[in-house]
Design a protein around this ligand. Structure first.
Ligand code: PRP
Length: 184
């Protein structure tokens, strides 16, 4: 899927596929420099992180394994309540393992903050965070993030794993939706 397939639905491209690729290359170098050949377990947060996991993992020289978690805000359906339930837990024991959480976006930070506390309680050797996107203006909690691809404005964005009602995840770039799509 590309821009021509969603003509009129995307207002503007915020970050092109080429820009994402170039930044992920830099992030992979930062990550390799940190782990210095130690093994790392990449933990992707479903569903949004699939693109980031696939692309970032292939750029790493660090020996890496992959695991996945799926989480959901509890109850009301309002996202980012900070109360999270696990829909799918890790398949592996992370005790004494170097864990790198891979996220597509940090919005309020509430999901990540919960995830960090949850994973820390399993006593990993180390726990670090990489995200492709972060919205500093949307932060409700301060979370230390080790590797950030891009800080973006507090706008509703889709593409590169990010969806609107399940759609647009498969776009290779990050863009803003045209208001008519979401009734704006
Ligand atoms: C997105 C994203 C993060 C979370 C960030 O997931 O992948 O996990 O929201 O939001 P926060 O910082 O405000 O907590 P989402 O719940 O949309 O699920 P998805 O990845 O399946 O689309």
């Amino acid at each position: 899927m590309d821009a021509k397939d969603v003509e009129g639905e995307i207002e503007k491209v915020l970050i092109s596929a080429e820009e994402i690729d170039a930044r992920l290359t830099e992030m992979a170098a930062e990550i390799d420099a940190y782990y210095q050949g130690e093994k790392v377990l990449l933990v992707g947060v479903l569903n949004g992180a699939v693109m980031a996991m696939a692309d970032l993992s292939r750029k790493l020289s660090t020996p890496a394994q992959m695991d996945w978690m799926a989480v959901s805000s509890y109850g009301s359906g309002t996202k980012s309540s900070g109360v999270v339930r696990i829909l799918k837990d890790l398949a592996s024991d992370i005790h004494d393992v170097n864990v790198l959480i891979v996220e597509d976006i940090i919005d309020s930070g509430l999901t990540l903050s919960w995830l960090i506390a949850n994973l820390k309680s399993r006593e990993p050797k180390s726990l670090r965070i990489a995200t492709v996107l972060r919205k500093p203006e949307a932060a409700k909690v301060e979370v230390h993030v080790d590797h950030v691809g891009f800080d973006i404005p507090n706008e509703f964005v889709v593409g590169y794993g990010l969806d609107y009602a399940g759609d647009y995840r498969t776009l290779p770039f990050v863009g803003t939706l045209a208001p008519h799509v979401y009734g704006g």
